[in-house]
Structure formats: structure tokens, C-alpha cells
Design a protein around this ligand. Structure first.
Ligand SMILES: CC(C)(COP(=O)(O)OP(=O)(O)OC[C@H]1O[C@@H](n2cnc3c(N)ncnc32)[C@H](O)[C@@H]1OP(=O)(O)O)[C@@H](O)C(=O)NCCC(=O)NCCS
Length: 178
């Protein structure tokens, strides 16, 4: 079963979302309208919460988790992902905050307290260290990530287009279920 309670907290999924049956979504996880969660994604909202914005897609094999509240860190690290974000295959997003219109390249890792501003491209296989901020409008690549250059117009356009493509794709999958 894709959706599971943690204690008495159940995931809050808008009815327009597509959640693949092989995904596992546990506890305090919110998915806004037209978001899509693809095969083998694990999203575990137990020791803190996870929010996934409208039209955002989380692709196959990605892991989403959070860090608990502690005396040293009273809010812990929830995971907040904005709108129109594309998270590629097999990424690891842990306790970080992402704005809107972002591409997280395949296999990227984003760690606790990192902030990714709106309109950012993160190259495949990159690592974003704890508490690092990636500034709006740039391409970042590498382990640890470095700012490479301003986004090209085509790349900026792709950020929105990718979200549109995935809304269309998830609607095709939903239609098959009905
Ligand atoms: C980074 C990226 C956007 C390409 O940017 P680019 O500026 O067009 O890069 P180029 O292809 O011209 O390559 C420039 C250099 O960066 C290197 N490079 C490309 N992608 C890289 C990456 N992800 N990490 C590290 N280096 C990378 C190239 O090898 C090249 O190195 P060289 O100059 O030493 O030969 C692209 O490779 C990428 O990672 N896209 C993410 C795609 C993805 O994961 N989509 C999600 C699935 S839908």
C-alpha cells in the first residue's frame, strides 16, 4: 500500500495527484494539486514533515526524509519542496528547502538545512552540503556543488516545461487507473 500512517498521522494527498502503487509515503507528507510520485519513491514523514508543491514530480527511486527536532535545533529539518519542481531519478533530498521551478538532476543529494532558491538547475550526481544556499538563476554542478553559470534561456524555459510534461504524463497514468 503506497500510503501509510505514522502513529495517527496519515499523508495528505490532493485527489489530483498521481502516486505510483510501488511508492511508499508515510505519515506527515503533503502533496499539493497535480504533483506526481513515481515508482519506488520513499517519502517518510515521521520525525518531521514533508511538503511537496503543486505540479512537482518526484521521479523513480528518490528518497525523501527529514531530521527530528532537538534542543540544539528546535525545528529540526523538515523537507519543503516548492511548485513546478522536477526531482530526477534516484535523488536523495534530506531536510532541505527547495523553492519553485527547480531541476534536481538524477542522483543528486541535497542535505539538511540547504536552501535552493527559485529557478535553479542542479547537475546530475551533484552533492549540496548542509546549510548551503543555491542562488536563483544559476546552474550548479559537482560534489560539493559549485556555481557554474547563469541559466540559458532554454534551460529556464525547460524548468516550467518539465513540470507541464509531468502533469500531462501523470494524467495519462491516472486515466489508465479509471
Ligand atoms: C550539467 C548539465 C545541465 C549540462 O550542462 P552544460 O553546461 O550543457 O554542460 P556540458 O554538457 O556542455 O559539459 C560541460 C562540462 O561539464 C561536465 N558535466 C556535464 N554534466 C555534469 C554533471 N552533472 N556533473 C559534473 N560535470 C558535468 C562535462 O563533462 C563537461 O566537462 P569538460 O568541460 O571537462 O568536458 C547536464 O549534464 C545535467 O547534469 N543535466 C541534468 C539532467 C537530469 O538529471 N535530468 C533529470 C532527469 S529527467
Amino acid at each position: 500500500m503506497a500510503l501509510r500512517n505514522y502513529k495517527d498521522i496519515k499523508p495528505n494527498i490532493d485527489k489530483s495527484c498521481y502516486i505510483d502503487e510501488s511508492a511508499v509515503i508515510v505519515g506527515e507528507v503533503e502533496c499539493a494539486e497535480d504533483a506526481s510520485i513515481w515508482p519506488l519513491v520513499a517519502a517518510r514523514g515521521d520525525v518531521n514533515f514533508i511538503k511537496i508543491g503543486a505540479r512537482t514530480n518526484i521521479q523513480d527511486g528518490t528518497v525523501l526524509h527529514v531530521t527530528r527536532v532537538s534542543a540544539a535545533n528546535p525545528e529540526g529539518y523538515p523537507l519543503v519542496i516548492g511548485e513546478d519542481v522536477t526531482v530526477g531519478h534516484k535523488c536523495m533530498l534530506h531536510g532541505c528547502t527547495l523553492g519553485d521551478r527547480i531541476l534536481v538532476g538524477m542522483g543528486a543529494i541535497i542535505m539538511d538545512g540547504a536552501i535552493v532558491e527559485n529557478d535553479v538547475f542542479i547537475g546530475a550526481g551533484s552533492l549540496v552540503p548542509p546549510n548551503k544556499t543555491l542562488v536563483s538563476g544559476y546552474l550548479y554542478v559537482g560534489n560539493p556543488v559549485k556555481q557554474v553559470r547563469l541559466l540559458k534561456e532554454s534551460e529556464s524555459a525547460f524548468l516550467t516545461q518539465s513540470a507541464i510534461n509531468y502533469v500531462k504524463l501523470k494524467n495519462e497514468y491516472l486515466a489508465e487507473l479509471n
